[in-house]
Design a protein around this ligand. Structure first.
Ligand SMILES: [Zn+2]
Length: 105
């Protein structure tokens, strides 16, 4: 598992909260039905401009699963992951508080 990512903010994602009755929705602000760490880390368009899957050494298998084993084996990609997590969780907080959406087009 993505240790740093989880420590930084996994517990505040809606899919996690919703499963425990702590959020009214499991969905993401972008409209995706589930806001889980894989969505936020690998897919969500709200963070596309700061995402660097190559740098993070994250790969997608032919079956669509995200492979993060390489990320955890490498110092550089772990640091990148920490920075990415910090960026997206601070952006997420801003979005939640009714700020204008960033231009994702
Ligand atoms: Zn999203």
């Amino acid at each position: 598992m993505l240790t740093s990512f989880l420590i930084t903010g996994h517990g505040s994602l809606n899919a996690f909260l919703h499963a425990r009755g702590l959020s009214e929705t499991a969905g993401c602000l972008c409209g995706n039905p589930s806001e889980d760490w894989q969505h936020v880390l690998c897919v969500c368009p709200l963070y596309a401009d700061v995402r660097d899957l190559d740098g993070l050494r994250i790969q997608q298998s032919t079956s669509g699963d995200w492979i993060v084993a390489e990320t955890l084996m490498n110092q550089d990609s772990m640091e990148l992951l920490e920075n990415y997590a910090r960026t997206i969780f601070s952006r997420r907080r801003t979005l939640r508080h009714g700020q204008p959406m960033p231009d994702t087009h």
